[in-house]
Write a new protein. Structure first.
Length: 313
């Protein structure tokens, strides 16, 4: 089992080019299931397992021995332990793609997950800021204090281009095409996309790049756009702290965090008439169903406006 998991993770990395986080998550799901099998269904002649026990001290039955009933039992146990439906869905997806891989390799004759359905997940509408709240947040940043230009440029870019926090941290100078106002970013699964950068964000980036970034550059600095006081690349945790700090100073009561600006970016584009497919491309969503959640947010906004202003609402 362990060798098969390792081989599969290499396949995800090399053949599919999936992100390291996805590889680790899938490996963890499969390993935990394998360990559960070792405990609940140890190898025996009944399970048809062959070969010596695992060198780690407990034998694990071969994947051929895994049945739909065993998987269902495992998932039911996870559910009783309080695991969220979204987390159970990740396990089911990991098992499904893994057994499909094993069948393709001829390592197993049948796929026990074929009849397994994905758990139904309640979809929560993302939180957003309205346009005035975004303006208040950005305008509250004092650009005359040290690192003020950097922080304003970061928050302008998060909202202007709908970047994920990791994409902002990894944004590099050579990938920013100033004249075209385009930034090349690498998102989930190492997929590269081009995103437009708004005029105000470009102005904020120009001010930071000419007046503040040169002072942050040290011998060990890379070409990341945003640098720390030590001249190193900003971590996602540090960017989170910076956004929270300015949110607090802005006086806004909303719970503001980096991804909220991404949600706001998409919702405001949709509300102003942008095509959903274009928004999907700019956000880097692989599936349009992920982007469609913003149509529900926009509908909620329209209903709220209707209730507030229509005389017979």
């Amino acid at each position: 089992m362990e060798q098969s998991i390792d081989s599969f993770i290499r396949f995800l990395a090399v053949e599919r080019g999936l992100s390291e986080n996805y590889q680790l998550s899938t490996q963890r799901s499969l390993t935990e299931f394998a360990q559960w099998c070792a405990k609940k269904h140890p190898p025996s002649s009944d399970h048809g397992a062959a070969g010596p026990p695992s060198p780690r001290g407990r034998g694990i039955p071969a994947w051929q021995a895994v049945s739909l009933q065993m998987i269902s039992e495992y998932l039911a146990e996870k559910k009783r332990a309080g695991l969220a439906a979204s987390s159970i869905k990740l396990i089911v997806v990991a098992l499904k793609i893994f057994f499909r891989y094993l069948v393709g390799k001829g390592a197993v004759e049948r796929d026990p997950t074929e009849a397994l359905t994905l758990p139904r997940i309640e979809r929560y509408l993302p939180e957003t800021l309205n346009e005035m709240q975004v303006e208040q947040l950005i305008d509250s940043i004092d650009t005359k204090v040290p690192l003020g230009l950097r922080d304003r440029a970061m928050i302008e870019l998060l909202y202007a281009s709908g970047l994920r926090i990791s994409e902002l941290a990894n944004a590099r100078l050579e990938n920013f095409f100033v004249e075209d106002r385009i930034l090349r970013v690498t998102g989930k699964g190492n997929k590269t996309r081009l995103v437009p950068v708004g005029r105000k964000a470009c102005e904020a980036l120009a001010s930071y790049s000419s007046m503040e970034r040169p002072k942050l550059v040290k011998r060990r600095s890379g070409s990341e756009i945003f640098l720390s006081e030590r001249g190193t690349k900003l971590t996602t945790a540090r960017i989170w702290q910076i956004v929270k700090k300015h949110a607090k100073h802005s006086g806004l009561e909303a719970n503001i965090y980096p991804h909220l600006l991404r949600h706001s970016f998409a919702t405001h584009l949709l509300g102003n008439g942008a095509d959903l497919r274009i928004i999907q491309e700019m956000l880097g969503h692989a599936d349009i169903s992920t982007t469609q959640v913003y149509t529900h947010v926009d509908q909620q906004r329209l209903k709220a406006v209707h209730r507030q202003f229509h005389p017979r609402a």
